[in-house]
Design a protein around this ligand. Structure first.
Ligand SMILES: Nc1nc2c(c(=O)[nH]1)N[C@H]1C(S)=C(S)[C@@H](COP(=O)(O)O)O[C@H]1N2
Ligand SMILES: [Mo]
Length: 425
């Protein structure tokens, strides 16, 4: 049953879109303008859903999206060969604003999604602290909490483009990226609960081992001083308790750091005086450089941006005005500016940023464009609050070589053909 009260017929989406764009077109076709004018003057129809009361409530105690949006789902770029290893990606082209709805937050699992009983779940905080602690979920919920909006990006995101344009749509090139309001307890508060660091450990020489309760027992070492003021141990995302696939009942959020360090199903934090050189910081999540050495502990996600509309799979249906919109983010702070080019980087214009521009969060940008029907190449380039400018692919490859799988943050180009088709080519 539909609940809509809009007294309008329901035009097929392509027709409605053409009508709006036809009205805005500078050099639109005369025929489509005449049709548009006729349609605007026609009295409003009374549609079937306006004639009788709709359902008092829908059949879902927990609401779900309109069935008409059934195509807006997470998707996978590849099949994974190992049991429990999987990823699914956020449909960036269909999302608006900057927050990712919980059911569309990307997923990356190394050992599947564990089914954890929150009553039995414990978080141990031990190692070089004065009074080691074992927290229940109730204990954690009784500590002062904090809510903050931060992006989460897998360092493998956009790895598909290292060797040039992959042909994939933005969901499958950039969709290991989401942004939520996370709620939990500051790491520094937990350390206070454990009596602080044991003498004589100083934060600058301290590391923190974080371990997950999943079958993969995901384990990472983190530099304590760098994360002390920002890391949160969270139990909620976007106002409700964490989804099972995002770490229920507890996960670590390390703002701006690569997704992998944001350990889900968190069961242990151990303060140590040196990194433990776990599998996920030696054989994985390091980048082999051209000179044969490896880049290790490259935690921070550098500034990056991508145009989400128009993007591959879209087709421009008429000449004239189009807003170019997308997302920008930086693990080092806020986004200072985003520039957009429609001619492959020959000229650039400043995009508008939707405020408030938050620290280590997704920022929505928008620029105006008139498509005259010729081929175009759409690019976006982010600059963050440290002055760092998103590199071209050539600059990134010159710095990192081509052995690397992780931390691809180059400028992304979408081509528009004369037929209006948008492609990653
Ligand atoms: N325990 C545990 N934590 C984990 C993982 C995992 O497999 N197990 N995957 C990591 C990776 S590689 C990423 S990118 C993020 C993904 O978080 P999400 O699934 O909530 O998007 O979680 C990280 N934390
Ligand atoms: Mo990841």
């Amino acid at each position: 049953m539909m609940n809509s009260r809009k007294p309008q017929p329901d035009p097929p989406p392509s027709r409605g879109r053409r009508r709006l764009l036809g009205g805005l077109a500078a050099g639109g076709l005369a025929a489509s303008q005449a049709t548009a004018a006729a349609e605007l003057l026609r009295p409003l129809d009374v549609a079937p859903w306006s004639r009788t009361p709709g359902a008092p409530t829908l059949d879902h105690p927990y609401g779900v999206p309109s069935p008409r949006e059934a195509n807006v789902v997470r998707r996978s770029a590849r099949a994974w060969p190992l049991p429990g290893a999987a990823s699914s990606m956020t449909p960036l082209a269909d999302l608006h604003g900057t927050l990712t709805p919980n059911g569309l937050v990307y997923e990356r699992h190394h050992g599947g999604v564990p089914d954890i009983d929150p009553e039995q779940h414990r978080l141990a905080l031990h190692g070089l602290v004065r009074a080691p602690k074992l927290f229940t979920m109730d204990d954690l919920l009784r500590l002062p909490s904090e809510s903050r909006i931060h992006f989460l990006e897998c360092s493998g995101n956009t790895g598909s483009e290292w060797n040039g344009p992959s042909g994939l749509p933005v969901q499958l090139t950039h969709g290991l990226l989401s942004c939520c309001e996370w709620t939990g307890v500051r790491l520094s508060t937990l350390l206070e609960e454990a009596g602080g660091l044991s003498n004589p450990l100083k934060p600058e020489s301290g590391w923190l081992l974080a371990e997950g309760a999943d079958a993969a027992a995901m384990t990472r070492s983190l530099p304590l001083e760098r994360i002390l003021d920002s890391a949160l141990v969270v139990y909620a995302q976007n106002g409700e308790r964490l989804r099972p696939e995002n770490g229920y009942p507890l996960r670590l959020i390390v703002p701006g750091f690569e997704g992998n360090t944001n350990v889900k199903w968190l069961r242990r934090l151990k303060v140590v005086d040196a990194p433990l050189q776990t599998r996920e910081e030696t054989s994985k999540y390091t980048s082999l450089l051209a000179n044969g050495s490896a880049r290790q502990f490259a935690f921070v996600m550098d500034a990056k941006s991508v145009i989400t509309r128009p993007s591959p799979g879209h087709r421009l249906s008429t000449h004239g005005y189009y807003p170019i919109t997308g997302l920008a983010w930086s693990g080092r702070g806020t986004i200072r500016k985003v520039e957009v080019s429609t001619d492959g980087g020959a000229t650039w214009q400043l995009a508008r940023l939707q405020g408030p521009v938050a620290d280590r969060a997704l920022t929505r940008f928008q620029a105006d464009w008139r498509w005259n029907g010729g081929p175009a190449a759409l690019l976006s380039r982010a600059t963050d609050s440290t002055g760092y400018v998103q590199p071209t692919r050539a600059e990134l490859v010159a710095a990192r070589g081509l052995n690397s799988q992780y931390h691809y943050n180059a400028i992304q180009q979408w081509r528009v053909g004369e037929n209006g088709e948008v492609r990653n080519a």
